[in-house]
Design a protein around this ligand. Sequence first.
Ligand SMILES: [Zn+2]
Ligand SMILES: [Zn+2]
Length: 604
Amino acid sequence: MAIEQRTREGLFPTTDVLHQLMDILGHDFTTDLSSTLASLQPRSSLRLKINAEICTDSHDSDDAEAIQVPPVHMGSINLNTTEVQDYLQLHFNGNGIPTPARSSVDREDLAVSSPTRSSLSTADMSPGQPRALQSTVQASETHSSKKRKTAGALRVTETNLSVPPTGSPTPTSGSSTARQLQTKPREFPQRKKKNEDGVHHLQPSSVERFVAGLWNQVFSSVELSPSSLAFRAINSLCLRVTKMSRCSRALETIIQAHWVDCFEARVKNIGVEKPFMSSTETKMSALREACAILKWSEKELRNRLSIWRGYKEIKDVGGWACLVFAGSGIYRFCKYRGGFGKNLTTRLGRLRPSLEVAADTIHPEWRKLLAIIGQDTQRLYSGHPHDWVVCDGMPPVALKTTYTQWYPDFSFTHLEDSVLDQLAWGRDDPRQVSGTNTAFCNDCGYFQSNNVASNECRCFPELYGACKAPIPVQVFRTPLGKNNGLIARCEFPRGSAIGEFTGLITKGMDGTDVMQSGEDERRYQIYQGKMGNYTRFINHSCAPNSQFQKFCWLGSERIILVSRGVEAGEEVTVDYSHEYWDGLDKECLCGEPCCRYLRRIRPG
Ligand SMILES: [Zn+2]
Ligand SMILES: [Zn+2]
């Protein structure tokens, strides 16, 4: 039985079980329960045993009464004694007059079977009740005298209800006569059933419904915005869909590359099971097996398989990151296989660790895609992308470890924007150029703004006035003993910005490597010893491929690094200038034929 099952699992309290039983049986046995309980020991544990007599309806067949069937034990229900007592207390109001259980038991047939009910319907009527009210009740009594009243939260109390003769009931003084809010949970107003008391109610007209709808909408969270925002909405939608499809594409290549692994394992397996088969036969057998499920022809599957093999080869040498971040070009690349071979294998193999550092630090969630094929999803590299020094074909090392031999307590905070040293400058940023029109670019004359929609200056969109993406550079271990350097992962066309030189804006530092700028009173230094960005790791070259340049953004002077033409995979270099090299007891390691600081300290 459903009820017993639920009770055993403890899902429903005893009271609910009793209600359900009364509902199913159409019989309110509250009174019987109460009298039985009174005859028991107060602390006895209760068990409701249900025995049923199975018979056919007497009018169905004449010989039904002739068949004697013994009662069938249907099961039993453990009852919580305390709950039963609470229940009875609630229902008998402490004075022996039962109150209705709840609306689910409130049925016509139930009222007929329970004689206590008819007395109940008049129990609430006090002799002093106003005439008008009484007559309506009596009218409904005559309509159905057996019907029981539904409990409501707001009820007129029995005693002393005095109403002025005009008939409009007003609350009188004294708490006993006031309307009382009953908060018993069982008697909380229930939703009315349709035609509950047999009276036909008029349905609201369509105009009324329409007006109600108006109010509902006005008082709802509906968002109605001007059409200019529609463009914004479609952009967001487009972004969402593109991201989703990009993700699905990545999953597709992951699964297809993995499929090739599984296919090869299956072929091997068949070879073991059926050693008499040739290698072609075992392959064909596995192919046919797959085709039956994929519902493709063998030819179709074979065509796809050749592309999927490309995915697998890329994955095998370059790791899963190569597949996931390959983009849509991977399909054509694997279809036509231009450049596949030893060159690709070596290239991807060497790139693999660097690619994983970038993928893990910029897209920490990407490995979770691998869960679909049961691969390890734990990321290998955490923190900032430039917390790691990469090296072709070698495991990356933590940035800190590359400096500890000179600075044991080395630490570096990555900054996107410079920080003003308030001890040196207070709140007065020396980079703020006085007297400049903050809104117009000194170089192009167009309007500058951080707001993408209103900005017109396109001087360095990588850094200002457009949406920013991570700059494709990595800190790497140089091969020529120059310690760390900066490597460009993508091309920086001549004239484009590689980054802003950020650090601590200070003054008066001596004997340390700082960037000097500003004039007269407002000469300032940018110090990158403890904080800054990747521009700190750029090495000097006597034939550099980038240069520092001043640029004014919104009236504030910035030092930015501009490309003179940097190829993807090239080290980014800059000329540190004479001021740096003068008085420095060091040889230049740039290796350029035009090197100016190579033979300076030769003995002789
Ligand atoms: Zn400009
Ligand atoms: Zn040099």
